[in-house]
Every structure is written in structure tokens, then in C-alpha cells.
Design a protein around this ligand. Structure first.
Ligand SMILES: [Zn+2]
Length: 160
């Protein structure tokens, strides 16, 4: 991902919009492990069956900690398109294209659509999940050691 590299090794956690994804720092790290395999997943409560997105470590319905990982559809239909001209985050070029996407009737998700020009995406278009490598983040390991955590994130792309 461009943008973070302009910090030239001066890692500023407050400007990094991607979370730490390692199991040492993040209890939903499996979401990112699954993303690395191209799977879009979330958690489902094995006690009451409630499914949440984003993934949770505790069920918001019954407070159970018994959660399992389930797959979400990786293709969807665009419900609404928004083109962001101002306030685009560092490293991204305007306009940013966002879409509210219906994922197979199971979930609606508001997310970024990449490799898409202004005016190109319309209501009813199909989009698919794409997994994007993100620059590794330097993190302190044992004294003096710097660990580079591999990271990924996701966006959608128009199905052509
Ligand atoms: Zn539950």
C-alpha cells in the first residue's frame, strides 16, 4: 500500500488505519489469517446462533464467549455508490469510491471499491472481495528486535 511508505520508517501508529493483526495483539486475528487465504469471514455464536460483523470475541446478543468462524459471501451487489472527493486519507488518491454492498442477502457492508474510476460503478453492479497486502508494521520484539508483521486488508472490485 502506498502512503504509509512516505513516513520513511517513522511509524506513526495513530496514522495507520490498519490494525495490528498478529495473535499477540488482536483477539480476532483469525479474520486476517482467513483473509490471507482469500476467505471473508466473521464470527457466529454457537450458543444462540447470532452472527456479527465485524467479528466479535463475545456474542453481543447473549454474552457467550463460544464463537465459531463462518464464511461470508465474497461477491455482492452494489446498493449505493459514494464518491469521496475531500478528506481522502493519506496515501489514497481522490476520488475514493465507496459502495454499500449486499452480500448475498446475508449482510450489507459499506466498503471501499478499488481500481474503479468516478462514474464507473452503478447500483446493481456486481463486486467481489479482493485481498490487499499492507506494508508490514515494525513492532518491538524482545529487546532491540524488530518484528515485521505481514498484514493484509480487503476492498471490493467491480466484476467485469
Ligand atoms: Zn449468543
Amino acid at each position: 500500500m502506498e502512503g504509509i511508505s512516505i513516513l520513511n520508517g517513522k511509524y506513526a501508529v495513530s496514522m495507520d488505519m490498519y490494525p495490528l493483526q498478529d495473535k499477540n495483539y488482536n483477539m480476532v486475528y483469525k479474520f486476517y489469517d482467513n483473509l490471507k487465504e482469500g476467505r471473508f469471514t466473521t464470527t457466529k455464536c454457537t450458543d444462540c446462533g447470532a452472527r456479527s460483523f465485524p467479528p466479535r470475541i463475545i456474542c453481543p446478543e447473549c454474552l457467550s464467549e463460544n464463537m465459531e468462524w463462518v464464511d461470508l459471501p465474497s461477491e455482492g451487489t452494489v446498493l449505493v455508490v459514494a464518491e469521496q472527493e475531500a478528506g481522502v486519507p493519506l496515501g489514497f488518491q481522490a476520488p475514493l469510491i465507496h459502495a454499500h454492498v449486499d452480500l448475498g442477502g446475508e449482510l450489507t457492508y459499506l466498503g471501499r471499491v478499488q481500481n474503479c474510476k468516478a462514474g464507473e460503478l452503478k447500483e446493481g453492479d456486481k463486486v467481489k472481495l479482493v485481498v490487499i497486502p499492507i506494508e508490514p508494521v515494525p513492532a518491538d520484539g524482545k529487546k532491540g528486535a524488530v518484528i515485521q508483521h505481514e498484514r493484509v486488508f480487503f476492498a471490493f472490485e467491480k466484476v467485469k
